[in-house]
Design a protein around this ligand. Structure first.
Ligand code: NI
Length: 163
């Protein structure tokens, strides 16, 4: 496994629509393992492949005290409710903001062997799923803000999601 370098704005790969994965070979397994290691080394709770320069529809999520999750070609099936949460992004270091996210997110995708996974998520996992799937569509959390003036510098011990 390897720690990959994380792309930051204005890297154009962050604005591309990522492509669907069609073959579940060793290179996808290696990508997932490297993304997990990169996420942990950056103390993030999620990472999308475009953030390591790979324009494919692959995300990993690692919520503290929960099992790690890798999803290929993930899709949000349904979103319910609305809440305000603090959010940051490893590709926009040093800042966070309050964004509106769903309360409950139903999503589906494939695991590393190509088997379908369905999830019903709330709290941090729901937020991470929305954030990472946005990345696959070239969308960053700052796009959900009315103005960049809403960005705040990160202070130690804030509770934003970093992904
Ligand atoms: Ni992010």
């Amino acid at each position: 496994m390897a720690v990959l370098s994380i792309r930051t704005l204005p890297d154009p790969v962050l604005r591309q629509k990522a492509k669907r994965v069609r073959s579940f070979d060793k290179s996808i397994h290696r990508l997932i393992d490297d993304m997990l290691e990169t996420m942990h080394s950056a103390s993030g709770v999620g990472l999308a492949a475009p953030q390591v320069g790979v324009p494919l529809r692959v995300i990993v999520i690692g919520i503290p005290d929960e099992e790690e999750l890798a999803l290929i070609n993930p899709q949000i099936v349904r979103k319910t409710g609305e809440r305000l949460v603090n959010e940051g992004c490893l590709s926009i270091p040093g800042y966070f903001a309050q964004v509106k996210r769903a309360e409950i997110v139903r999503a589906k995708g494939l695991d590393r062997s190509g088997k379908e996974i369905r999830l019903r998520a709330n709290e941090l996992l729901a937020q991470a799923l929305e954030h990472e799937i946005d990345h696959l569509n070239g969308i960053l959390y700052v796009d959900h803000l009315e103005s960049m003036d809403e960005l705040r510098p990160v202070e130690p011990a804030t509770d934003e999601l970093l992904a």
